[in-house]
Write a protein that binds this ligand. Structure first.
Ligand code: HEC
Length: 134
């Protein structure tokens, strides 16, 4: 028995819709889940904002400009000899807790900022300095 052409086209269309419903949804959901957040650099690893809320980075930038940039440089390239070059990842190898400790209480020739910046500013600036590495 010959199947009418219109029936073949029709069932193909229905199959396409069904497959689209089954496959299309998870694909589009996965896509949106992996789309980089606004302002995030596409390259993973060092540099970029690591998907951190851009408002945190912006606040950290302000704190850094106010209290840190005179020694560390606005772009992380230091103005003061003996200061780690954040743009090259120097001083950033340690985990966040170690950076927080250094910033709060000072480290060797660097003064501490425990009396100067609050906890929120401290966290924001740690996220920010990690974005300076290129
Ligand atoms: C007076 C200059 C000066 C200022 C201001 C300053 N730093 Fe530093 N910072 C240094 C120097 C110098 C070092 C290197 C200390 C050493 O290893 O002897 C350093 C080191 C660091 C390190 C690496 C610590 C480690 O464990 O090696 C971090 C992180 C850091 N600074 C963050 C900051 C942040 C954030 C601010 C602002 C809140 C800031 N610094 C302000 C001079 C400064």
């Amino acid at each position: 028995m010959r199947v009418p052409r219109s029936a073949v086209v029709g069932s193909a269309a229905i199959a396409a819709v069904l497959i689209g419903m089954l496959v299309g949804f998870p694909i589009s959901a996965a896509k949106s889940a992996t789309t980089p957040a606004q302002g995030q650099k596409a390259t993973p690893g060092h540099g970029g904002d690591h998907g951190v809320d851009p408002r945190i980075i912006e606040r950290g930038k302000g704190t850094f400009a106010l209290y840190c940039a005179n020694c560390h440089g606005f772009d992380g390239v230091p103005n003061l000899p003996g200061t780690p070059d954040f743009s090259r990842g120097e001083g950033l190898q340690n985990i966040d807790a170690a950076l927080i400790n250094a910033i709060r209480f000072g480290v060797r020739s660097m003064p501490g900022f425990d009396q100067t910046i609050n906890k929120e500013e401290l966290i924001d600036v740690v996220f920010y300095i990690r974005t300076l590495q290129r």
